[in-house]
Design a protein around this ligand. Structure first.
Ligand code: CTP
Length: 393
């Protein structure tokens, strides 16, 4: 999404400038061209040389060095990020005051903009600042943060700039096409865990990476996303409605409740097929041999398939090998519109890796095979297919 995009990164005078260095680095890593514009105050915190080394471009800060930089830089930019944005800069930009290169560029810039405020909590709750932020939001400027936390002055409060990763994610979202706007997508992810006693459980090796990647991609593309996840170390993307669950029966209850408002469901979770028939209330004592009696859990997707209506249902088929026959059987049995077959026997696919190798099979049994891709790329191709199915329906 950021490849070959020109990003103007405005840096103003706040202690949070150290995070801007990380923002610039991450944007470059993602293939963007980054031009940094610094205010005089920000140069007191950090030297332009650091940004020049990271971006490979000269930092601009002097309005009078090049008579047309205040026009040319903004003309070429696809996105204008100001991070950190001080209260002073926000108030000036909102009023249209143009007294340095950054604020002049703001007046000549016509594309999407992202502002990450950083200030003391007393400044952030000042009615003047509140008014200007509200005015800018109404004019279509997107704000990311601030968050509550410890501030540079040693106090706690709302005014801390969000982390670089979140700003870069917001940048990707700002530059993404919003072709899923109006969709309400329900996504399940991760494993479920089935308790045996208060300390032990049965589960599986799902990390949740694939489901979380789909949630992130859908959010970037403008969908309302509900992510229902079993225990996972993944961070839920900012902006999803996140519902953590543990057991398959919990997941079933939440999915059924959320299903009503969904336009599409993507079941990426590795739901436990069985759970212990009896859960011991106290910890079981060690013996030479034990046997566990298991009962079958409800197949959530199969149940959804019975009452799907106009909703689009997408399932996953985790198979040891490229078992197209089994995937098609699951597609039919569960009344799905699309099934994502992944061969979990491969090292570059399946559980706990950042890549996947998938084969997509639609209702008409059209099979499309893909090479090894990052999970976030796989997420986009699944969402492309979902749109295609929706367009035909
Ligand atoms: N699934 C579900 N509820 C279950 C089991 C699976 O909703 N109790 C969903 C999964 O989220 C996935 C699809 O059904 O989208 C297929 O899951 P998979 O584990 O591949 O197949 P199963 O139907 O469980 O069959 P098997 O384990 O025998 O391969």
């Amino acid at each position: 999404m950021l490849r070959d995009r020109n990003i103007l990164l405005g840096v103003t005078g706040s202690i949070a400038v150290y995070k801007s260095v990380d923002i610039a680095r991450r944007l470059i890593e993602n293939g963007a061209h980054v031009m940094v514009v610094m205010t005089e105050a920000s140069c007191r915190f950090i030297t332009p040389y650091l940004f020049e080394t990271i971006t490979g471009n000269q930092v601009c800060s002097d309005l009078f060095r090049d008579p047309f930089s205040h026009i040319n830089l903004s003309k070429e930019a696809h996105l204008f990020i100001i991070a950190p944005a001080t209260a002073n800069t926000i108030n000036k930009l909102s009023c249209g005051i143009a007294d340095n290169l950054l604020s002049n560029l703001w007046l000549t810039y016509e594309g999407p903009a992202l502002i990450a405020p950083a200030m003391n909590f007393r400044m952030y709750r000042n009615p003047i600042v509140i008014k200007h932020i509200r005015d800018m939001k109404q004019a279509g400027v997107q704000f990311v943060g601030p968050v509550s936390g410890s501030l540079a002055c040693g106090e706690e409060g709302e005014g801390r700039m969000v982390e670089a990763a979140e700003i870069v994610e917001a940048a990707v979202a700002a530059l993404s096409k919003k072709d899923l706007a109006g969709q309400n997508i329900l996504i399940t992810a991760g494993p479920t865990i089935e308790p045996i006693d208060p300390v032990r459980y049965i589960s599986n090796r799902s990390s949740g990476k694939m489901g979380y990647a789909i949630a992130r991609a859908a959010l970037r593309r403008g969908a309302d996303v509900t992510l229902i996840s079993g225990p996972s170390h993944q961070e839920p993307p900012a902006g999803v409605s996140f519902i953590p669950v543990e057991r398959a029966s919990d997941m079933e209850a939440v999915v059924v409740k959320q299903f009503k408002k969904a336009t599409a469901v993507i079941m990426a979770a590795a739901v436990s097929d069985y759970s212990p028939s009896d859960i011991a209330e106290v910890k079981l004592r060690k013996k030479d041999e034990i046997s566990l009696k298991l009962k079958k859990n409800t197949d959530i997707l199969r149940e959804l398939g019975k009452t799907k209506g106009r909703r689009i249902l997408v399932g996953f088929a985790a198979e040891s090998g490229k078992d197209i026959k089994s995937a098609i059987a699951k597609l039919k049995e569960k009344n799905l519109d699309l099934i994502v077959l992944n061969d979990i026997s491969r090292k570059d696919a399946g559980f706990d890796v950042d890549t996947n190798v998938v084969t997509l099979i639609n209702k008409e049994e059209r099979i499309t095979e893909y090479p090894v891709m990052k999970k976030i790329e796989v997420a986009d191709i699944i969402l492309d297919k979902l749109l295609e199915i929706g367009a035909k329906a």
